[in-house]
Design a protein around this ligand. Structure first.
Ligand code: NAD
Length: 341
């Protein structure tokens, strides 16, 4: 692609930048020639002041893009908010519309990356490979405490059958699982592939493993709570690679203490913005709920890494810069899923 003259003048401020963001975006920018400015800080009401003359901001999952921040962005003449992720629950779209700021995202980059991580969490929790790895290194070759179960023949319930849920369903089918699904839209292709769409309560009652792949919104907030947990089988496995707010953490902690939840794998956490993507190994963590979660032997926490593959990062950089380039020349994106405001 030939970099346009307009693009050459456009400055983009990146927030919550990690070294790998810089590497992948600088590589892809060879095709665009934007001026990229990287800030390590999260975007919020204070750090918005870092913006000088950039007209585009590029944000990630834990940046705070509420009405107050958007008003400051508008005052600074920012024209585009480009999310370098799929989820957009952290952006006040109404406020962006009010100020005429475009918002775009990367609706699909590598659904397989996230789906494969969800399966990795299931396999780790079930077959306890993390414990076996440490055990044999200490010359402990005992199998006590490592007992797992066959995935083959078990029922997996998928909530949200978009890009990631669909990719995960294929993997689960490959393992010989019965796959139940709930979504606000039934996918006939998935039905042809043997996925059984059902209502939410039946999925809660029948599944041995539940994997969450729906977005966080007012309807899905705290979907996993005391009530839904009470419908589930004893020893249920719950996997969340979607958004932390789907789970009411205190209710899951109670269910883990009672043994109702037998396994919990979370790549996302409701209060993750204070923790994830940072090395806090010398700090005293003030969040008692995450500390309690991490104390359970049957809980696996990863720090929002499901998306983190080379293929996904390459595609994220390419789509994000492509979205910006297109929006600079027109008022919307052809890809309706990418264009939010
Ligand atoms: P998608 O938009 O392709 O699919 C979401 C699906 O959820 C859609 O089919 C939609 O109809 C369905 N849905 C909406 N409301 C629902 C409801 N109330 N109940 C049930 N289903 C509902 O999105 P995707 O690319 O599959 O991503 C899913 C989620 O995964 C994103 O919202 C994002 O939060 C999360 N995600 C996490 C990571 C990570 O690294 N952990 C990476 C990418 C995406």
């Amino acid at each position: 692609m030939q970099p346009s003259t307009f693009a050459k003048k456009t400055k983009i401020a990146f927030f919550s930048t990690q070294s790998y963001d810089k590497t992948f975006f600088e590589n892809r920018n060879a095709d665009f020639a934007f001026s990229l400015h990287f800030f390590e800080s999260q975007l919020n009401a204070l750090t918005v002041e870092l913006i000088q003359d950039e007209t585009v901001v590029c944000v990630f999952v834990n940046d705070i893009v509420n009405a107050q921040v958007i008003e400051s962005l508008a005052n600074k003449k920012v024209k585009i908010i480009a999310l370098r992720c799929a989820g957009f629950n952290n952006v006040d779209l109404d406020a962006a519309k009010k100020h005429g700021i475009h918002v775009c995202r990367v609706p699909s980059y590598s659904p397989e990356a996230v789906a494969e991580h969800a399966m990795a969490m299931i396999l780790t929790l079930n077959r306890k490979t993390h414990k076996a790895y440490n055990r044999v290194r200490e010359q402990n070759f005992s199998l006590n405490g490592l007992l797992g179960f066959d995935l083959h023949g078990k029922t997996i319930g998928i909530i949200g059958t978009g890009n990631i849920g669909k990719a995960f369903a294929k993997i689960a089918k490959g393992f010989g699982c019965k796959v139940l699904a709930f979504d606000v839209v039934v996918d006939p292709e998935m039905e042809k592939d043997g996925v059984i769409f059902t209502n939410l309560n039946s999925l809660f009652q029948e599944a041995d493993i539940i994997s969450l792949h729906c977005p966080l919104n007012e309807k899905t907030k705290h979907l996993i709570n005391e009530n839904s947990l009470s419908l589930m089988k004893e020893n249920i496995m719950i996997i969340n690679t979607s958004r932390g707010g789907l789970i009411q953490t205190s209710d899951v902690i109670e269910a883990l203490k009672k043994g109702k939840v037998g396994y919990l794998g979370i790549d996302v956490y409701e209060q993750e913005e204070k923790l994830f993507f940072k090395d806090l190994s010398d700090d005293i963590i003030q969040d008692d709920e995450i500390q309690r979660l991490m104390s359970f032997p049957n809980v696996l926490v990863t720090a929002h890494q499901a998306f983190f593959t080379k293929e996904a990062l390459t595609q994220i950089a390419l789509t994000t810069l492509g979205n910006i380039e297109t929006l600079l020349h027109s008022n919307k994106l052809e890809n309706k899923m990418a264009f939010l405001a």
